[in-house]
Design a protein around this ligand. Structure first.
Ligand code: NAP
Ligand code: HSE
Length: 428
């Protein structure tokens, strides 16, 4: 840190970049005390300078990466522009030049995080990404540091605000899916293309990052099974309530005896579980360790200030590390290579709703198919009847997914089965 001033560059001045600037401005009188030196924004990189002329001092603004990477006085690069490229190349080049990097880029870290952390280590640099998972909630640092004395066997949570908002509106106000999605988009929770939210990809990327850190073994986004919320209906929500549950899009990572399980899917979870009461756009991450037992982290998973809070925390950490000559102290924590299980090998309990012919022998025939595939039934509800067709809900005990799906394949061909209306996993 020259003359105790650490120069930083911010790549991107959108929601998160704007939040970072505002927080640094608010904190400017405290930074010397917090860091032991001062921070100065030297450059801000954007694509279209005209858009930012009123917001950023012209001498700071650039649309040329070369202005940033070739400025040896800039020590910390804050990447908040998003996307895989050119963000990935900019981060690599920064680390190779000995610049520390702070990023909020979950898309990139979920696929290239291990490679980038290796480059950071080779260059004694910090690569920090607290904001990449669950926005403002501290979870990366707690997993790497505060919980380092644990064997963590499970990390699960609500790690997408848009889908949690939609499910809350459907559950509490009876809003339909399309209206709730529109409202989430209007409120700025959803990604520009909300498919990543709705189909569970955004949560899948965050879960890959969490699982790698929690289990000390590489997990990347393609390893994660993802299923979205677009098929969840008001009827399923009503049945969930009757069963004492809420439906949430959960990311669930488990370190089991025969491998890592990483899945994102709509899940029925007991209304008594702390995650069931996480509402609207809030996020929460639930961790189970052998020493700490259960711990839950709750807060805002998106937005300029919550996400900016996590980014600024990382900037301050990187600047402190420079001040005390201990940069790169905590890098990649993956020292194991545990296989990731195929979803078909994982276990869950299932809720299945179907329309059946209401006549003698139908349930016995279903039970026979389930029984021959080792699927044991825990609950059965029969509610509505239209003509001779009944709506039936069955909840199973925990079963290997392949065995459950094999029985559904057979059941769906039976003449008395008119429709398999929905299948939702149940967290036990
Ligand atoms: P955003 O509002 O779309 O802003 C992106 C910014 O990056 C814009 O200023 C844009 O400049 C600039 N940019 C994009 N591509 C560029 C390029 N090739 N060269 C130079 N500048 C470029 O995005 P955001 O919501 O702030 O998100 C930023 C990152 O934070 C993403 O990785 C996102 O996943 C992550 N994140 C966001 C949130 C959140 O709440 N928004 C939460 C957690 C993590 P132009 O306007 O000139 O194109
Ligand atoms: N679209 C994301 C969400 C923003 O809804 O959680 C934060 O990553």
């Amino acid at each position: 840190m020259e003359q105790n001033i650490c120069k930083i560059a911010i790549l991107g001045m959108g929601t998160v970049g704007g939040g970072v600037c505002k927080i640094l401005e608010r904190q400017k009188d405290n930074l010397v005390n917090k860091i032991g030196g001062d921070l100065e924004i030297a450059k801000i990189l954007v694509r279209n300078k005209v858009k930012y002329i009123d917001k950023v001092a012209p001498e700071m603004l650039t649309d040329q990466w070369s202005d940033v990477i070739n400025d040896d006085s800039i020590k910390i690069i804050v990447e908040v522009m998003g996307g895989i490229e050119p963000a990935g190349t900019y981060i690599k080049e920064s680390l190779q030049k000995g610049k520390h990097v702070v990023t909020a880029n979950k898309d990139l870290i979920a696929v290239q995080g291990h490679e980038l952390l290796k480059i950071a280590k080779e260059n004694n640099c910090d690569l920090l990404f607290e904001a990449a998972v669950a926005g403002g909630i501290p979870i990366i640092r707690p997993l790497k540091q505060c919980l380092a004395g644990n064997d963590i066997t499970e990390v699960m949570g609500i790690i997408n605000g848009t889908t949690n908002f939609i499910l809350t509106k459907m559950s509490e106000e009876g809003m339909d899916f399309a209206d709730a999605l529109q409202l989430a988009t209007d409120l700025g929770y959803a990604e520009a293309d909300p498919t990543a939210d709705i189909e569970g990809h955004d949560a899948g990327r965050k879960l890959a990052i969490l699982a790698s850190i929690a289990f000390h073994s590489p997990v990347t986004f393609p390893d994660v099974y993802t299923e979205g919320i677009s098929k969840i209906t008001a009827k399923d929500i009503r049945y969930a309530h009757e069963l004492g549950c809420e439906i949430k899009l959960l990311g669930i990572a488990k370190n089991t005896e025969d491998g890592i399980e990483v899945k994102v899917h709509p899940t029925m979870i007991s209304a008594k579980h702390p995650l069931a009461s996480v509402k609207d756009s809030f996020n929460a991450v639930f961790v189970h360790g052998d020493a700490v037992d259960d711990a839950m982290f709750y807060g805002r998973g998106a937005g300029e200030f919550p996400t900016g809070s996590a980014v600024v925390g990382d900037i301050i950490d990187a600047a402190r590390n420079m001040q005390f000559h201990c940069s790169g102290r905590i890098g990649c924590s993956c020292y194991k290579n545990i296989p990731v299980k195929n979803v078909r090998e994982t276990k869950s309990s299932y809720y299945v709703r179907m329309k059946l012919e209401d006549r003698a022998g139908t349930l016995a025939a279903l039970a026979g198919v389930f029984g021959s595939n080792n699927v044991s039934i825990s609950k059965l509800l029969q509610k509505t009847k239209q003509g001779n067709t009944a709506d039936i809900v069955i909840v199973t005990y925990d079963v290997i997914e392949k065995q459950f799906m094999d029985s559904i394949t057979v059941i769906s061909t039976m003449s008395m089965v008119k429709e398999i209306s929905s299948i939702i996993r149940v967290y036990q």
